[in-house]
Write a protein that binds this ligand. Sequence first.
Ligand SMILES: NC(=O)c1ccc[n+]([C@@H]2O[C@H](COP(=O)([O-])OP(=O)(O)OC[C@H]3O[C@@H](n4cnc5c(N)ncnc54)[C@H](O)[C@@H]3O)[C@@H](O)[C@H]2O)c1
Length: 273
Amino acid sequence: MRFKDKVAFICGAGASSPGWSNGKAVSVLLAREGAKIFALDSSAENLAPTVEAIQSEGGTCVTHTADVTQQSDIKAAVDACMKKWGRIDILFNNVGLQSLGGPEELEEEVWDRLMNANVKSMFLTCKHVLPVMTAQKSGVIINNSSMAAISFLYPSIAYSSSKGAVDAFTKNLAVQYAGKGVRVVSVRPGLMATPRITARMKTKFGDGYEEALDARNKVVPMGRMGEAWDVAKAVAFLASDDASYITATEIVVDGGLSASSLGHPWADQEKNL
Ligand SMILES: NC(=O)c1ccc[n+]([C@@H]2O[C@H](COP(=O)([O-])OP(=O)(O)OC[C@H]3O[C@@H](n4cnc5c(N)ncnc54)[C@H](O)[C@@H]3O)[C@@H](O)[C@H]2O)c1
């Protein structure tokens, strides 16, 4: 029970399609190891299966509906968590929107929406959680980045830029707080078969879905896309005392893809995913 008596504040704890999203798997895994889960999401509907999964295993979870791009929502959520449990040991910043296209295709409004949801949200959660963690003289902040921060997968200028910003955010914050008992790290998933992705592939490829899935699996050196549990296990390690000397860096969860020189043969078929 690595997280007995610990409180985990999970932003984006729901799943946008049925199945195991990153936020849901992380919430369930931390709860299995004793953490009390403050599960935050903008959608009560997306959040419900996460809570059900935790409670069906005897875990502890409260839900909170909030928009991570709104400072008043974040402040109210942190206050609610403090009122309930009096501490926050783990903050997982998991909300991340994706939209494909380069500067010519993407509307300005979409750029702003992604930057707000993917980057500004982390600024806001940290603004309100850091005073709690520094007062405790302990805490771990884990940000969900993406391989898109460092590699071209398909045109996704806003998403890639936002995840690059997440990496810079993580390192800068980590060094500022390294002497205050707070670690700041990130996970960098590669190609993942989470429900948001597979649902989108089903819509795009229809009868060709299995073939597209197969092609996507094959470009990963380990021969398969990752799943949310792969991310969750990395997050649990980073959140635990086993990682007590690890800060200002990331764990890459991509089956070897970002180090591979095979190229990206799926790029054409994925262009409009
Ligand atoms: N799935 C992948 O292939 C993959 C790969 C690399 C990185 N990631 C990153 O993992 C994270 C989660 O991805 P996923 O596919 O598991 O997520 P998902 O879309 O299934 O779930 C994200 C949750 O965030 C919530 N949310 C969205 N906007 C919000 C807001 N403004 N305030 C509060 N909650 C909000 C949604 O309601 C949803 O329940 C993202 O940051 C994503 O960039 C995913």
